[in-house]
Write a new protein. Structure first.
Length: 431
């Protein structure tokens, strides 16, 4: 485990919150993710299952959590199954959790080896009516392989066709958007690591450096601080800054270019998601500065507009109204174009030519974190705010992105100490 230990109270409390949503005679089973293969005998670095981590703090492959609050035997009401290690596993793969360690991390008293799972599962299926299984229900997920979750649901439903099956995702999407103080502290640490990386990069960037080198500077800072990249970093100079998901990161940064950095660190599986756009030569041109300040104004406006009780879709609309106003001021669109576009298709307002993506998303154990569609913002949500203006004809785009905690008494910018004003950026780069 690369990160400092997390108090098991976080995971105990998360399981309590889940239990409170379950009907009588429920059985919840949560699996670790498969390790995705690459080519030949290669595999990717295991990615912890976010729901399993949320409920146990365990990231180890093949682990299974079982919650069965009404089980006849008290000892069956909460169990964690982990891989039993042996000499062979130790030699080839290294260290695995012992039972006392799994207990300590998760706060679960009953830890079993995986080999005991089939017998205990059979027993609990016989006692339960409602079975809650996991599925990826992120609206933008695009999955072409059968995941462990999908395979487990298929096999379980085939073996036990008469149970009443439910979507665990529906409950997790209700719980996970609301972050506890411990979770916010972990996201703050991810933001702090991101800030260190950005600071280092601002001192490093000058005409002639390659995007690869900039990525390496972030990696150096993130990894030595026990973090990692939260997602493939976007290090996009010049025209590349108009490519929303650019990640070739291999072009030389030229004098006069802007460099868009959409980079975040992850710490203890919690993510930061930052975007800053900086001038390669250390100083914005007047045109770059005007566009930059418009984006910054929309960022500030949208941050203030994040309020408990508001629907994400209404916030999106507000952000579009703010952006429209800026684009009109910049004369990138005209009132006539606005009117005509709205008449032709209200879903394609004129501003979308320059700002074509969403203004923000929930952030947490997943970078695009889960939340129930149609659920209003509430205290404890962490949202990104990330407006942008993209100008392919002028060879640059600007995006800025902060991570914002919503509370009952106003918002907290978790990236409030990462420089963003033109003056701050220019001063930082001068160093
Ligand atoms: N870096 C991914 C995003 O901003 O949503
Ligand atoms: Mn981002
Ligand atoms: Mn984002």
């Amino acid at each position: 485990m690369r990160h400092a230990p997390i108090p098991s109270s976080l995971f105990i409390e998360n399981r309590n919150r889940l239990r409170a949503l379950l009907p009588e005679k429920s059985l919840v089973i949560v699996n670790a993710n498969d390790i995705p293969p690459t080519n030949a005998d290669g595999s990717m670095i295991p990615v912890p299952n976010s729901d399993l981590f949320y409920l146990t703090g365990v990231a180890q492959e093949e682990s299974i959590l079982v919650i069965c609050p009404d089980a006849h035997e008290e000892k069956h009401r909460e169990m964690l199954f982990v891989r039993e290690t042996n000499e062979q596993v130790t030699v080839w793969e290294g260290y695995k959790l012992t039972k006392p360690e799994a207990q300590q991390v998760s706060g679960i008293r009953r830890i079993h080896w995986l080999s005991e799972f089939p017998v205990l599962m059979r027993r609990l299926m016989c006692e339960s009516d409602h079975v809650f299984l996991n599925s990826n229900e992120h609206a933008r997920a695009d999955i072409h392989v059968e995941t462990k979750d999908a395979r487990f649901a298929r096999e379980t439903m085939a073996a036990w066709p008469l149970h009443s099956y439910h979507r665990l995702a529906r409950l997790m999407h209700e719980l996970r958007p609301v972050k506890s103080a411990e979770e916010v502290a972990l996201i703050k640490e991810a933001c702090a690591i991101t800030r260190e990386g950005f600071d280092r990069v601002c001192k490093f960037v000058k005409p002639g450096v390659n995007e690869t080198e900039v990525e390496a500077e972030f990696a150096h800072e993130f990894i030595r601080r026990r973090g990692r990249f939260a997602y493939n970093p976007i290090i996009a100079s010049g025209a590349n800054s108009n490519v929303l998901h650019y990640n070739d990161n291999c072009r030389p940064c030229k004098k006069g270019d802007l460099l868009l950095l959409d980079v975040g660190a992850a710490y203890a599986n919690y993510n930061a998601d930052m975007t800053r756009t900086i001038p390669v030569s250390g100083k914005f041109t007047p045109r770059q500065r005007d566009i930059y300040n418009s984006v910054l104004k929309v960022l500030r406006g949208c941050t203030d507009a994040l309020k408990p009780g508001k629907l994400p879709k209404d916030w999106q609309k507000e952000s579009e109204a703010m952006m429209e106003e800026e684009l009109l001021k910049l004369k990138l669109i005209t009132p006539k174009e606005v009117k005509e576009a709205n008449k032709a298709d209200p879903d394609k307002p004129a501003l979308k030519k320059y700002f074509m993506h969403g203004v923000g998303h929930p952030l947490g154990l997943d970078v695009h974190d889960v939340a129930t569609i149609g659920m209003p913002f509430g205290p404890g949500w962490v949202m990104t705010v990330e407006p942008g203006i993209y100008l392919p004809k002028e060879g640059f785009g600007v995006r800025l992105e902060d991570d914002i905690l919503i509370t009952a008494n106003g918002n907290v910018n978790l990236m409030g100490d990462i420089p963003i004003e033109v003056k701050e950026i220019e001063a930082l780069m001068k160093r």
